[in-house]
Each structure stands twice: as structure tokens, then as C-alpha cells.
Design a binder for this molecule. Sequence first.
Ligand SMILES: Cc1cc2nc3c(=O)[nH]c(=O)nc-3n(C[C@H](O)[C@H](O)[C@H](O)COP(=O)(O)O)c2cc1C
Length: 315
Amino acid sequence: MMDWTDRHCRVFHRHLTRRALLYTEMLTTGAVIHGDRERLLGFDAVEHPIALQLGGSDPRELAEAARIGEAFGYDEINLNVGCPSDRVKDGRFGACLMAEPELVARCVEAMKRAVAIPITVKCRIGIDDQDPEVALDALARGVVASGCDALIVHARKAWLNGLSPKENRDIPPLDYDRVYRLKRAMPEVPVIINGGIPGIEEAKAHLEHVDGVMLGRAAYQEPWRLLSVDREIFGEAAPHGSMQAALEAMMPYIEQQLARGTRLHAITRHFVGAFHAVPGARAFRRHLAEQGTRLGAGGDVLSDAIAKVAFGQAA
Ligand SMILES: Cc1cc2nc3c(=O)[nH]c(=O)nc-3n(C[C@H](O)[C@H](O)[C@H](O)COP(=O)(O)O)c2cc1C
């Protein structure tokens, strides 16, 4: 999620679930091809399995960016056909591509030809005055015919005129049934549902109808929920028995990053929602906010913050 997630966040989340697939925020093909690749694409080996999300609409550039992503070691390339921001519209990618299913299909075809890893598409159920019954099927059928390996559907329209990106994540009504119908119409294609899913119990209910569930804001703002993903969804033990243990396990990574010049806050800013309804959660947050943002703050700030939490946030 642009401006929210980054590689540090993903390392943290990987300490909460071994099995969930993690996604990068959207990177434009221009940035991937012409930008500082190590800074934009570099990630830690513990982040696997990890998908790189691309924004673009030029098949040749997308193929090139996918090739670069594969060479960096990403496990999947995902094409963004859901982002509604103006910047994205001007560049003719993101959600506005819902209106150009043939172009999206050509993009997928070019990426498939370029790499051996899975190519997936994240889209909306439609945009503006499109009929989702027609628009979603048209997009899905086109990309699947081009070899798309899975579809992630944010179960609401994007209204490209008049709503801000933030409003476009809340105001257009959710239509989970539309995504379930897509799955029934294309049983051979993995369909992953996204949008407004608050936690693991709700995710399990969706799994009665679709193949996967993507959590966005809930995963970021309430990361403690991820501690039960491996047990509840995959029937495996969590990587750590408590949030404290997961955070302590971050310490070697943090020391390594501090030694490279990363500021502590760049990592600990992702821990704000780590504890929920446990004594000391607020003191943990306050300590990180007050001490973790100091220039030269070290790992001891995190240890001290963890010590303020009385009981574990159990897995
Ligand atoms: C700050 C922010 C940044 C986002 N950036 C991206 C992005 O880069 N790529 C993407 O596919 N979706 C992005 N999204 C949308 C989410 O992935 C997700 O589709 C949306 O928030 C609905 O799911 P949720 O209700 O589980 O959050 C972003 C959402 C937020 C809140």
C-alpha cells in the first residue's frame, strides 16, 4: 500500500505469518525501468513469498519491468488495475484500465511471455457507469485467456470522477456476491477477494466462496490479527507465540538496518497497531513515538517499549 507499506513492514509481517503472500506497494514501470532499482525493489530474503505489484499499460514496458522483478527474486508479478488516483489516471494505468480490457489482456500476455513466475491482476468490479456484470467478466476473461494465473478483486467500483482515492476505498458499495459469481463462472481460475474484510474470521467465511482473501488496511493497522493467520487459515503454528516474541525476533534485522543508516522510526512506525486491548499497549505506542523518532535511536528503544506491555498478545 503506497505510503504505508515498505520492505521493513513486510519483514515485520513475515514474523507474524509464514504463509500469507505479501505484496509490494504499486511501482510504476517507469520507476522500475529507470529508477534506483536497489532502493525500490530490494527486499530481504525472509519476505518470501512476495509479489511485486506493477502499474503501467505499455505491454513492452510491463514485460521489461516484470523481467527485472523476476531477476530480483520476486515470486509473482501483479498488475494494478484498481488504483483510482489522478496521477495514475493521467498515466493511463490503474483502475481506468477497467475500460480497456483488450489492452490489459495484451499487457498480461507480454508479461507472461517475459517471465516464468505467475502473473496476476488486481482489479475492481468496474468503474464509473460500467455494469459490473459485464465489465468484470470482460476483464477477467481477457486476462485469463492471456494466461493470468489469478485475479484479485477489490469488491467495489472505483468512481474516477469526483471521489478521492481514499473515498474510493470506502464509498462505492461493496459487492462480495459479484466476486463470488465470478468465481462460479470461472471455477478454474483462482479468485482472491479484497475490500473491507476486517479480520480472520470474516476471511474464513469468504473462503467458502473464493480461493483467497487479501487484507489491506486491517493487516496494516491491526497487525496483531496476522498472528492467527497460519493457525486459522493454514492449520500450522504461528512463527511466534506472541507479539512480544515476534517483535523481539525483529531485533537482529533492526540492528542490521541501523548499521546501514536506516532510522529506527522507519521500521518501528509499522508497529503502532501491534498490541490491541492489552495493558500497556498505549505506553508501548507512546514510547515508540517519543523515543523512537529521536535521531540515533537504537534497538533498546524497542526493547523498552516492549517491556511496557504487561501481557503477551498471544498467537
Ligand atoms: C494507504 C493505501 C495505499 C494503497 N496502495 C495500494 C497499492 O499500491 N496497490 C494496490 O493494489 N492497492 C492499494 N491500496 C488498496 C488496498 O490494497 C485495498 O485494495 C483496499 O484498501 C481495500 O481493501 P481493505 O479494505 O482490506 O483495505 C492502498 C490502500 C491504502 C489505504
